[in-house]
Write a protein that binds this ligand. Sequence first.
Ligand SMILES: Nc1ncnc2c1ncn2[C@@H]1O[C@H](COP(=O)(O)OP(=O)(O)OP(=O)(O)O)[C@@H](O)[C@H]1O
Ligand SMILES: [Mg+2]
Length: 261
Amino acid sequence: MDKSETLLSVRDIHTYYGDSYVLQGLSMDVPRGQIVAILGRNGMGKTTLIRSIFGLTPPRQGAVEYQGQSLVGLPPFRIAQIGLALVPQGRRIFKNLSVLENLQLPTSSLAGNQAAQRGARERGGWTLEKVLDEFPQLRDRLQNGGNELSGGEQQMVAIGRALIANPDLVLMDEPSEGLSPRFVLHVGEIMMRMRSLGHTILLVEQNLALALSVANYVHIIASGRFVFSGTPEELKSQPDVLDEHLGVSGAKSLDDIGVHA
Ligand SMILES: Nc1ncnc2c1ncn2[C@@H]1O[C@H](COP(=O)(O)OP(=O)(O)OP(=O)(O)O)[C@@H](O)[C@H]1O
Ligand SMILES: [Mg+2]
């Protein structure tokens, strides 16, 4: 099989919050056009990995390279201009801006930067109209404040805002958190559609069924290190790993939670 192009490469990163040593030497590759999922229990370092990549909490040691360009030390807005977008954990949208203003933020932040605009055009595809087709219930709420939306609607805005930036690589931190089962399925469909449109996704997820149904490759993180890396099939065949690191025991329970081995 051809080795696909590596879009993002993370090499032996070590990330701290003050004296607290969180990521203790992580390495991984995200190939272009794939969905790579990060799983792990609460507090293990999943969000810190996303923050390390996106310039929010840069690693103190190690390398993060996007198409060969180092991201370490770049501020998040520069990283966004290069072609990455973040859907943060906890449906973080601007509560004092309207839905429309939230959705238009990526467009306005690229304004004045010709190269970034051209890049976004070339990556192509998502416009405000298309995003509203995807999430019709936002159409009636465009003038509402971000603080007047339900949790699920805020998540739609956060995902829509990332799409409008037409990113090559989308970092999604628990996009299914707090959503109804029907909308979790919708998020899964959106991710698969994004992949078929050429976007690459790094997905942090607690919903094992969702992660295993969309991901090409999976890493499990425990206390700042990867303790499993492999395909969803390989993970499903290792109930002891699932049990120890995700608290899912036995094939029967896997079936119960909708993962069909
Ligand atoms: N801003 C911060 N300052 C200090 N410590 C932090 C900060 N953010 C997270 N931590 C700590 O770093 C560790 C990893 O946190 P992180 O948010 O990466 O976990 P996570 O895997 O995303 O968890 P969850 O599934 O609950 O979102 C935890 O011990 C957490 O308490
Ligand atoms: Mg987290």
